[in-house]
Design a protein around this ligand. Structure first.
Ligand SMILES: Cc1cc2nc3c(=O)[nH]c(=O)nc-3n(C[C@H](O)[C@H](O)[C@H](O)COP(=O)(O)O)c2cc1C
Length: 285
């Protein structure tokens, strides 16, 4: 196996870091690798805020994000940046709609993530581990204020980085049997889907207590109404463990909150000049 495959097949998210700084040359080198990544039209609508000051990384924790963020020697905040390109285009009197175009957003978002992933892999090659922090989505405006991000510079994801304290625990993933479709999409049976997810997650572990039942029922009622609630109540009365999808969507990424969240996020994008996000342009059907 070559070294690149070795890194990719053995990667894992790291959430516990040694109290050890990362050498500046090494940081520069893995960031450089990220900047070589593919980019739509090679426009690179990306800015990275490099955070090494503990006061700044602790700020995320003070906002309610996970505690280990402040223990990491390096946090890279990946931002979609229309501000820089807009200034450049305007200076040359070029017509500019990147910020107003959902098409541009679609590609630019991919740009940011592709660069981030190159950095994760390049950092791994130096023994530096990391974890993506996506919950920054709940504090876009606050992050913009804190890190002086102008309108049109939108934080997408934080990459918390450092030398791992513990050995990497490689997470199970779906197999290519279910993910890869030869030539065209193949609708799988629910039995096969269940089997493959079971291989990935194993037997559900969490006991389905009355408290959890009440929590789940409340979410179901809000999302799908009273008829579905009755069905789910009956279903839960026969279960003793919380199924994996129920844990994900009923308790963790709570479905009622995740759906409600749309308006706030769209407004934030709209406030950043991304006018396609404006709700009045898309009346509810
Ligand atoms: C877009 C994205 C957002 C994520 N956000 C978080 C997060 O906010 N907190 C966290 O602890 N892990 C986060 N993760 C890490 C995932 O939990 C992790 O990748 C997943 O559990 C699989 O584990 P592995 O990375 O070790 O394979 C995120 C990962 C991705 C790709």
């Amino acid at each position: 196996m070559n070294e690149t495959m070795n890194i990719l097949l053995n990667r894992c998210s790291v959430r516990s870091f040694k109290d050890e700084q990362i050498n500046e040359d090494i940081i520069n080198s893995f960031i450089e690798a990220g900047l070589k990544a593919a980019s739509g039209g090679n426009l690179q609508p990306l800015s990275i805020i490099k955070i090494t000051d503990e006061k700044n990384s602790k700020w995320f924790v003070d906002q309610g994000l996970q505690g280990f963020i402040s223990k990491a020697p390096l946090n890279l905040l990946f931002c979609l940046d229309f501000n820089r390109l807009k200034k450049w285009a305007e200076y040359h009197n070029a017509p500019f709609v990147m910020d107003k175009s959902l098409r541009h957003f679609w590609i630019s978002f991919q740009d940011v993530i592709i660069a981030a992933q190159s950095i994760e892999t390049a950092a791994n090659s130096y023994g530096v581990g990391s974890v993506y922090i996506g919950t920054t989505v709940d504090m876009i405006v606050e992050i913009q204020e804190k890190f002086n991000l102008p309108k049109g510079v939108i934080p997408i994801v934080l990459l918390t980085m450092g030398y791992p304290k513990n050995e990497c625990k490689i997470a199970n993933k779906l197999s290519k049997d279910i993910v890869v479709h030869n030539e065209s999409y193949q609708e799988h049976t629910i039995e096969f889907i269940n089997e493959e997810y079971f291989k990935k997650y194993g037997e559900p572990q969490q006991d389905l207590t009355d408290k959890l039942k009440t929590q789940i029922i409340k979410v179901v009622n809000e999302v799908d109404g009273p008829i579905k609630q009755k069905q789910v109540e009956e279903y839960l009365s026969k279960e003793s463990k919380v199924s994996t999808p129920m844990r994900y969507f009923g308790l963790h990424y709570v479905a009622n909150y995740m759906a409600k969240d749309n308006t706030g996020l769209l407004k934030t994008l709209d406030d950043n000049g991304l006018i396609w996000a404006s709700l009045q342009n898309h009346p509810k059907k």
